[in-house]
Design a protein. Structure first.
Length: 149
């Protein structure tokens, strides 16, 4: 796990357009108190963009289901991040700013599509193709926006 920052940096090193993000890739697991990896950077020694990416990375890891854990709620994730900040792991100013703006990005839940039948979808598409002048087709003909396939 601890080698993925250096390995990621090495993989991207040969791609000229990624040169500006190499410090972000390398330093996104550094900690505010200097006990992170790979270089043990502390405080403002950690590139700002690496500190910002770190917060997004942590938030994503906490709020999404992983094979080893369930997803935390937004409130639980922010609480964990604040607790870690209290331990000296994160940039306190950035965590406060992150906590202030993250509610703007709340994702509304989508309906459960796990029961969607691919066979029913395929049948529907096939029916549409066989009857191009169906009501649905007429509605599409009235729409001036066309998708080029």
């Amino acid at each position: 796990m601890k080698s993925h920052t250096v390995r990621g940096e090495k993989i991207c090193m040969g791609i000229k357009s990624l040169m500006p993000v190499l410090p972000i890739i390398r330093s996104h697991h550094e900690r505010w108190d200097g006990l992170g990896y790979p270089d043990g950077l502390r405080g403002d020694q950690i590139p700002l963009l690496a500190r910002i990416l770190q917060l997004a990375d942590i938030y994503d890891a906490l709020t999404t289901v992983r094979p080893y854990k369930g997803a935390f709620t937004q409130e639980e994730a922010l609480s964990i991040m604040m607790e870690e900040t209290g331990k000296g792991w994160r940039d306190p100013h950035l965590v406060r700013v992150f906590a202030d703006i993250i509610p703007m990005f709340r994702v509304h839940s989508f309906p459960d599509l796990s029961r969607l039948s691919l066979n029913a979808l395929a049948h529907s598409v096939e029916s549409f193709r066989k009857d191009p002048k169906s009501e649905r087709s007429k509605k599409l003909d009235m729409n001036p926006v066309r998708m080029v396939g």
